[in-house]
Design a protein around this ligand. Structure first.
Ligand code: AMP
Length: 170
């Protein structure tokens, strides 16, 4: 199945000059959704995973499905102020300004094997911040896993030292 046909480009969204990769056509198609979830799981191979960490918002679509497939738990990374219990946070640079992500301090236990998932790897800033959060809690990152990677933005450079696996490349 060619998943590319289920991802549509939205020009100048959310702002001018950005081509937004919209995965909602893939999500709403039963066959494409099933195929994508299975293919994402295949990227993980035989590695044991204790927790799948997904980042708000679009990482939440597949991370819990992957967690179920891998017999692992799911841990959300959220934007500031959304998690109710004790958190740790990381602030990272964007093109203009900064952003902050938070995780529950008890989300990951020391020594747990963690798979990180998001829909898109662009510049890598988001995934890098999530890697830092997980490692601060003592988690061991087994893979950073994405539905699609925008190769020209070289996000893989920011994630040097981590195993990166993306289903689709643009
Ligand atoms: P980055 O930190 O630059 O790697 O950006 C990754 C985050 O931004 C992911 O959570 C994506 O959901 C979102 N993102 C960045 N660029 C795009 C794009 N062109 N299309 C869709 N989502 C994007």
């Amino acid at each position: 199945m060619d998943l590319n046909t289920y991802i549509r480009d939205i020009k100048d969204y959310p702002k001018e000059g950005i081509v937004f990769k919209d995965i909602t056509p893939l999500l709403k198609d039963a066959k494409a959704l099933h195929y994508a979830a299975s293919a994402l799981k295949e990227l993980v191979k035989d590695v044991k995973v204790d927790k799948v960490v997904g980042m708000e918002s679009r990482g939440f679509f597949f991370a819990p499905i992957l967690a179920r497939e891998l017999n692992a738990g799911f841990v959300p990374v959220r934007k500031p102020g959304k998690l109710p219990s004790r958190i740790i946070k990381e602030t990272y640079e964007l093109e203009y300004g900064t952003d902050t992500l938070e995780i529950h301090a008890d989300g990951i236990s020391k020594g747990e094997k963690v798979l990180i998932h998001d829909d898109v790897l662009a510049t890598g800033g988001t995934a890098e911040a999530v890697c830092k959060l997980v490692e601060r809690l003592g988690g061991e990152i087994v893979q950073c896993n994405f539905l699609l990677e925008l190769d020209f933005l070289k996000g893989n450079k920011k994630l040097k030292g981590y195993e990166i696996s993306s289903l689709l490349h643009y």
